[in-house]
Design a protein around this ligand. Structure first.
Ligand code: AMP
Ligand code: GLY
Length: 424
């Protein structure tokens, strides 16, 4: 099979590398891809949001399948467009992707079908939202933009002033455009957070091995929220007992709810779950693989990924037995100085071989470009140094040993990925 992967980050590099392991794959394309991905797939310079361009590319390369990985093209109906053009896709259509692209939709879905989540109210006016927060008098107050906001639409306001500022920036300054036309104000939950990605074809839902992201920029969960600074898999907090509860109260009910709403979800459904003292509750859904969760989950997949994505597209997932390795996996993100705020690009990266790799770990490229055989930074999250081990300690140890070998001007990374798992 010839497969086109849409996207350009670490998640897409991980997907490309996994697909490359399959004996069924002959040619792999990635659009637009990045410097590191070009060692593993033919990168094609088409923007991930360019539907016409992507259809033309799929036709030109005569691919057998398109894997739509990022949230933006999914939310904008890339799958609908490519399917109408005759291509088989892995990923949900626009109506199903709304489970991520509208928080109001996903919260209402959970309420209607009794899926456990934080209590909430929806507002279209900043003053009414602020009145409500004031009347509740509980901080932190959780304020979420309805629409996509490059992972930055959530504010945990510590007081009334912070709440007012967040509402002003979302709803009046329209920092994320129409994504802030409506906001969700919700109850603050506590407990360890776990990510469970799941393959689903609308008939069965197969959770993958669990993982844990580290969203804050700096050690000890300090600093601003980011796209994710590192991940581990499995999460030791996600026991078999909790997995069973999640299957019965969250995973199956969500799949059934989407079917009942006429929005059959086919692809990878991302469950962001908080293990609260009152049981597991949904923090967020995403309509796609997580980044950087994918970096630690897919390396543990033993079944051929091509068999799985084909079965999902054909709604025959129940015929596949998906197997996972018992090893642990860890990923440490190396970011550009200043990220998630503004940062400089174009810094020379040292420590990598000609394929952008190094010994002892897998180097997943997120924001790099290749010029005259050298790798340069081209994004906020630059590399994800990923390693497997018999247990979490071994995986982390290997990932960190290799992380130390890579450098560029301004580079930083968290030194405490996974460390919470070892606190007793
Ligand atoms: P998101 O951008 O939706 O991934 O949210 C960013 C982060 O905000 C999550 O990973 C949580 O740590 C935190 N968060 C979101 N909703 C809540 C909530 N209701 N209670 C506590 N923390 C939350
Ligand atoms: N790592 C969080 C996300 O992919 O949304």
């Amino acid at each position: 099979m010839d497969i086109l992967v849409i996207g350009s980050g670490g998640r897409e590099h991980t997907i490309v590398r996994k697909l490359r392991e399959s004996p069924r794959v002959s040619k792999l394309y990635c659009a637009p891809g990045n410097g590191g991905i070009s060692a593993d797939a033919e990168c094609c310079n088409v923007d991930a949001m360019d539907k016409e361009g992507m259809l033309a590319l799929a036709r030109e390369k005569n691919v057998d399948m398109v894997f739509v990985a990022p949230d933006d093209p999914l939310g904008a109906g890339m799958v609908d467009f490519l399917e109408a053009g005759g291509f088989t896709c892995f990923g949900p259509n626009k109506k199903a992707a709304e489970i991520e692209s509208s928080k109001v939709f996903s919260k209402n879905l959970m309420k209607k079908y009794g899926i456990p989540t934080a209590g909430y109210e929806v507002f279209t006016s900043p003053s009414e939202a602020l009145d409500y927060i004031r009347s509740q008098g509980k901080y932190p107050a959780v304020i979420k933009a309805d629409g996509l906001a490059v992972g930055k639409g959530v504010t945990l306001a510590q007081n009334e002033q912070e709440a007012a500022e967040a509402l002003h920036s979302l709803m009046e300054e329209r920092k994320f455009g129409s994504s802030g036309d409506r906001v969700v104000v919700e109850e603050f939950l506590t407990g360890p957070e776990v990510t469970v990605l799941a393959f689903t074809d609308g008939h069965v839902v197969y959770p993958m091995v669990s993982s844990m992201d580290h969203k804050r920029a700096y050690d000890n969960d300090m600093g601003p929220n980011t796209g994710g600074m590192g991940t581990i898999s499995p999460s030791p907090f996600y026991t078999d007992k909790i997995a069973k509860v999640c299957m019965d109260t969250i995973f199956l009910p969500t799949m059934n709810a989407m079917n009942a709403e006429g929005r059959k979800f086919k692809g990878c459904l991302y469950f962001g779950i908080m293990l609260t003292p009152d049981g597991p509750k949904v923090i967020e859904y995403n309509s796609r693989f997580g980044d950087p969760e994918t970096q630690v989950v897919l390396p543990r997949l033993k079944t051929d990924l091509v068999d799985i994505i084909e079965a999902v597209a054909n709604e025959k997932l129940s015929e596949i037995d998906v197997k996972w390795s018992d090893e642990a996996c860890a990923c440490v993100i190396i970011a550009s100085g200043g990220y998630p705020g503004s940062y400089e690009k174009g810094k020379l990266i040292s420590g990598l071989d000609e394929n952008g790799q190094l010994d002892g770990a897998t180097v997943i490229h997120a924001g790099t470009k290749l010029e005259d055989g050298k790798f340069y930074t081209s994004g906020g999250r630059v590399l994800g140094i990923t390693a497997k081990g018999a247990d979490l300690r071994e995986a982390l140890d290997r990932a960190y040993k290799s992380t130390e070998k890579v450098s560029f001007d301004g580079a930083f990374y968290r030194k405490d990925i996974g460390s919470r798992c070892f606190l007793s």
